[in-house]
Write a protein that binds this ligand. Structure first.
Ligand SMILES: Cc1ncc(COP(=O)(O)O)c(C=O)c1O
Length: 399
């Protein structure tokens, strides 16, 4: 199929729910993707942070192909070896004591399960979420998501959700009470602009939830699996949540999400109260087991910390040199650069020059590259960005 045929078919028949980039990707390798004409791009979008071990990793591809030849479909109501292997692997990296998993297909579903666990296990209804937070677009998850552009056309949403300020201590104290079922927080807000929680605030949420008998739910769908330079962002803070929501990179881009809790909390839902036809599918589980294996064998969490720090330092230098850059934020390979202007045209220029960037709100450029990215590719991204920002600064901020 030619590029124009691909675009014609998608434009004619797919729901127009995505803001499409003028990019048709047909192949990927490591931190690079290629279009149909063979043009190469450094991928700092990583399919929205799902491509953690690099595109088309041979060990993940092999695991998927092997499993596809053996068994593709296997409902959760029967046992399966690929699923059990993945679960055993996941247990080696999840926080101690959090040894029960619900397997689903998307981040939003992982959050839906967390909300149900909170309500059922506490017998309470109120969910405290955070301003600027993003948890998905299904009704429960959307009720926790902050941005009104996602919410306003679909109200009324699920009742009893309130939003408190990110990093705001006073309103946390005022709003977390004996009526709270859960406090739902991203340790680093992704869609909300790559905003990093302060250690005192996250500790306060942990303590307030504990004292009130509420659950602390950490949404690490974007920040988990080494993205921030530790296995989970909570590890930077020394905090263990009661429920952990995982998704995105866990199966290298295949649809898998996991809600993680202890026996008691997970045991609060009865058989049949929460299931999913595709959840824990053998191919997806085989991909996830291979993904965790590669993550550990190739020391990609360490690479995320090391290359992420290099990336961040260079961005800070750029901030010192260019007035257009307002702030550099993030950890590991979850980085954001806040500009003084809308980033849309900057993303387009970068794409033309072979670099795929992501936004996070109107004026933040976000970087979620594969955790295997090396310095040479980061340097390419930086020199492209520096050139574009310098031109933009000249045009928009004349001295
Ligand atoms: C922190 C967070 N939670 C939940 C979601 C929703 O995940 P999904 O799009 O897989 O439903 C996302 C997606 O970007 C996310 O970043």
């Amino acid at each position: 199929m030619s590029v124009s045929d691909v675009r014609m078919v998608e434009d004619a028949h797919l729901a127009k729910f995505y803001a499409k980039k003028q990019l048709t990707i047909v192949r990927g390798k490591g931190a690079l993707v290629f279009d149909a004409e063979g043009k190469e791009y450094v991928d700092c979008m990583g399919s929205y942070g799902t491509c953690i071990v690099g595109h088309a990793h041979p060990k993940v591809a092999e695991a998927i192909a092997d499993q596809a030849r053996k068994l593709i479909a296997c409902h959760g109501s029967t046992y399966n070896d690929a699923r059990a292997r993945f679960v055993s692997k996941l247990l080696t990296i999840t926080p101690r004591g959090m040894n029960r998993f619900f397997l689903s297909n998307s981040g939003a579903e992982s959050v839906e399960c967390a909300i149900k666990l909170a309500r059922k296990s506490t017998g309470r209804r109120k969910i405290v979420a955070i301003k600027g937070g993003f948890h998905g677009k299904t009704y429960g998850a959307l009720s926790a998501t902050w941005d009104s552009k996602y919410r306003k056309s679909f109200e009324p949403l699920v009742p009893d959700f309130t939003h408190i300020p990110f990093n705001g201590e006073e309103l946390a104290k005022d709003n977390i009470s004996q009526e709270t079922a859960a406090v739902l927080v991203e340790p680093i807000q992704g869609e909300g602009g790559v905003r990093v929680a302060t250690a005192p605030w996250l500790s306060l949420l942990r303590d307030l939830a504990q004292d009130a008998g509420a659950l602390l739910v950490a949404d690490e769908i974007q920040s988990g699996f080494g993205r921030t330079g530790r296995m989970f962002a909570c590890d930077h803070y020394g905090i263990t949540p009661d429920v952990l929501c995982l998704g995105k990179g866990i199966a290298s881009g295949l649809p898998l999400a996991v809600t993680v809790a202890n026996d008691e909390i997970m045991g609060s839902l009865a058989v049949g109260e929460h299931t999913s036809t595709f959840g824990g599918n053998p191919i997806v589980c085989a991909a996830a087991e291979a993904t965790i294996r590669v993550l550990l064998e190739e020391h990609l969490v360490e690479n995320s910390a090391k290359v992420g720090e290099y990336f961040r330092e260079r961005l800070v230098e750029m901030q010192e040199q260019l007035r257009i850059v307002r702030e550099v934020r993030g950890m590991g390979l979850m980085l954001g650069v806040e500009l003084r202007f809308d980033v849309h045209s900057i993303l387009q220029s970068a794409l033309q020059q072979g670099v795929i960037l992501l936004d996070a709100g109107r004026n933040v450029v976000r970087f979620l590259p594969p955790l295997s990215i090396q310095k040479n590719h980061v340097d390419l991204v930086l020199s492209c960005l520096r050139k574009i920002l310098a031109e933009e600064e000249l045009a928009k901020l004349p001295s």
